[in-house]
Design a protein around this ligand. Structure first.
Ligand code: ADP
Ligand code: MG
Length: 236
């Protein structure tokens, strides 16, 4: 039996009031199991980022719960929420979100709190294929794919339980995007990480263990892939 990690219950996020109200999420419920790769698929504007941001503790819902090991994180006070984000969540963004004035290594080390953990930064960068000479470069000196690798290293370095990816290949060309997906798949398969990827790119769903399709703030369907394909075989 798969081990339950997250329970998303009847999540709603409404913006505005009356006629102009936008229901970004309108009653979303699903589970996330330990070690799975879950893809949330949906067109632009269907609520993907809103959902991921709430799961990641960066936004709060109008209604509903996000239970991690049975504890509702949407009720956390600021300090608990900060700790949750820092310790439990690794977030990978479409546009990498690296700090421009810091080198690759400094960016990765930013997510480590203790001094005695600083050496983990190099290890994390090596594990995503960025060696010695790359570590000292600034984001502006790196390609998009390299910057995304730095952001993946930053998400991994602290040993976060859940990796959330919001359109991780959205800013990359197909070939580079595929390399990034291969890396993400390797992380789930080899490190046993739990990963949720949101994307509007349908073929990416074929590499997932499970696929949820979102539409207008609701889950429209769920699909289990008995045989997820290797990321390198994704047909774009
Ligand atoms: P996706 O990531 O799937 O493209 P989003 O979660 O970004 O979708 O947005 C879902 C809906 O909520 C969209 O209609 C969007 O315009 C709206 N929305 C998102 N953020 C805000 C906000 N801060 N204020 C008002 N509407 C918002
Ligand atoms: Mg989005």
């Amino acid at each position: 039996m798969a081990e339950l990690l997250l329970e998303i219950k009847n999540l709603k996020k409404y913006y505005g009031k009356g006629e102009s109200q936008v229901k970004a999420l309108d009653g979303v419920s699903f589970n996330v199991y330990k070690g799975e790769m879950l893809v949330l698929l949906g067109n632009s504007g269907c609520g993907k980022s809103t959902l991921l941001n709430i799961i990641g503790g960066m936004d709060s819902p109008t209604e509903g719960e996000v239970l991690l090991n049975g504890i509702d994180i949407t009720r956390y006070k600021d300090r608990e929420l900060t700790r949750y984000r820092k310790e439990k969540i690794g977030f990978i963004f479409q546009f990498y979100n690296l700090l421009p004035d810091l080198t690759a290594l400094e960016n990765v080390r930013m997510s480590l709190s203790k001094k005695d953990e600083q050496h983990l930064g190099e290890k994390a960068l090596e594990s995503v294929g960025l060696g010695d000479n790359k570590m000292k470069q600034y984001p502006s000196q790196m390609s998009g794919g390299e910057q995304q690798r730095v952001s993946i290293a930053r998400a991994l370095v602290k040993g976060a339980e859940i990796i959330l990816c919001d359109e991780p290949t959205g800013a990359l060309d197909d070939k580079t995007g595929r390399k990034i997906l291969e890396l993400l798949q390797e992380i789930v398969r080899e490190k046993g990480q739990t990963m949720v990827i949101v994307t509007h790119t349908t073929p990416i769903a074929d590499m997932a263990d499970r696929v949820l399709t979102l539409r207008n703030g609701k889950i429209e369907k769920e699909r289990v892939n008995e045989h997820p394909i290797d990321a390198k075989d994704i047909v774009w």
